[in-house]
Design a protein around this ligand. Structure first.
Ligand SMILES: [Zn+2]
Length: 387
């Protein structure tokens, strides 16, 4: 399960080592080691991938995890983390960490928020205290955390925003990205990605990408998708960005998604993904298997002595029966969270590892078709008529 070893190169170097159609296989180098892409990044919101210790995260073969700037800034505070040597040292995770900018949560979790040209003012969802995120502030927080891959402050709108509002959001996102770049010049420790916005307007997406490329970043994130828009519209926007974004830089689709979302996006040249879906579903008892989704709380598993997924090599599947996993879940035992999370994350990581092998062997379409057959209803959503 250990990733292949690579000659370490300058952090920020991205090696594109194979393509199949538009799908890419690469290696991204960071100060904490290299990442084989396509990659799925488990979410460790407040400095912990919920229910898992670093040993578990290593054992499932995760190469990079994500931390949330908004949460870590409010509690325990980025200064406190910095005094402990940064987030890697604090949480004892020695591989790469990506952090978001915190802007998304400042908007979605805060009871009061106000945006101006200078940044986002918000109230803490914990104690109501007032705070301000400026482009420079979010860079400073992420530097305090010791992030390997940092995000600039951006303006992310929900689905259905008008073209005028979307264009304004792109302009402000570009201004803020330029300020973040100035605060964190090329060569500083930690890579800085630009975030492409533009809602579901492909021409705004393209303009956003070109403006960010003029500034120059170590990679390009795609934000503001999977926010409620139809699947085919997400794909249309990803396809529009593929020929625009530079081949020699990694691409990260933020907050996505389901297995099929990820596989379809890989087909349009995306390299990196994160989502709370596998861990959140694990805690809800919804488990992904090679035979489709399993709801482990169902009575039919009460005396089922087979493994959850005989094709899965994770600790949970190697060791326990469905009957035991169901018992833990219905008894609300804490071990259920850990075992289910180990399995679901292994499923997502196995999938992207399989995708990488398929790309390198020139059989990606066939590989993806196997998953489409597993989720036939969801797959129809990608082929819906244009809206
Ligand atoms: Zn498993």
């Amino acid at each position: 399960m250990t990733p292949e070893t690579h000659m370490e190169k300058t952090p920020g170097t991205f090696e594109l080592i194979g393509m199949d159609g538009r799908a890419r296989a690469g290696i991204l180098h960071t100060a904490h080691g290299s990442i084989e892409t396509p990659i799925f990044m488990p979410v460790g919101t407040v400095g912990s991938v919920k229910a898992l210790a670093p040993d578990d995260i290593h054992a499932i073969g995760a190469q990079i995890i994500l931390g949330n700037t908004y949460h870590l800034y409010l509690r325990p505070g980025d200064d406190l983390v910095a005094r402990r040597g940064g987030l890697h040292e604090f949480m004892k995770w020695d591989r790469p960490i990506l952090t978001d900018s915190g802007g998304f949560q400042a908007f979605s979790l805060s009871s009061l928020n106000k945006m101006s040209a200078d940044g986002v003012e918000f109230r803490s969802h914990i104690d109501g205290s007032r705070h301000m995120f400026t482009p420079e502030k979010v860079v400073s927080i992420q530097r305090n955390l010791g992030s390997d891959i940092m995000m600039p402050l951006d303006v992310c709108l929900g689905y259905g925003a008008s073209r005028e509002d979307a264009a304004k959001a792109v302009r402000r996102t570009t201004e803020w990205a330029a300020r973040c770049r100035a605060a964190h010049p090329v060569g500083s420790p930690g890579l800085l990605f630009g975030i492409v916005q533009g809602c579901t307007y492909p021409e705004l997406r393209e303009a956003s990408a070109r403006q960010l490329m003029d500034i120059g970043f170590e990679g390009y994130s795609i934000g503001g998708l999977a926010v409620g828009e139809p699947k085919n519209l997400m794909m249309k926007n990803l396809r529009a960005l593929d020929p625009v974004l530079p081949q020699e830089k990694p691409r990260y689709l933020m907050g996505v998604g389901t297995p099929l979302d990820i596989l379809h996006a890989i087909e349009t040249g995306v390299d990196m993904f994160d989502c709370v879906l596998p861990t959140r579903n694990a805690r809800n008892g919804t488990l992904y298997t090679s035979a489709g989704k399993v709801n482990i709380k169902r009575r039919e598993y009460a005396e089922d002595d087979s493994p959850l997924d005989p094709k899965c090599s994770c600790y949970t599947c190697r060791t326990f029966t469905k009957a035991y996993l169901r018992h833990l879940y219905v008894s609300k035992e804490l071990l259920a969270f850990r075992l289910n999370s180990i399995h679901n994350l292994t499923y997502f990581l196995d999938m992207v590892r399989g995708a990488r092998r398929a790309i390198l062997e020139g059989r990606y379409a066939e590989f993806k078709a196997g998953y489409e057959a597993m989720y036939p209803e969801e797959d129809l959503l990608f082929d819906a008529p244009e809206c």
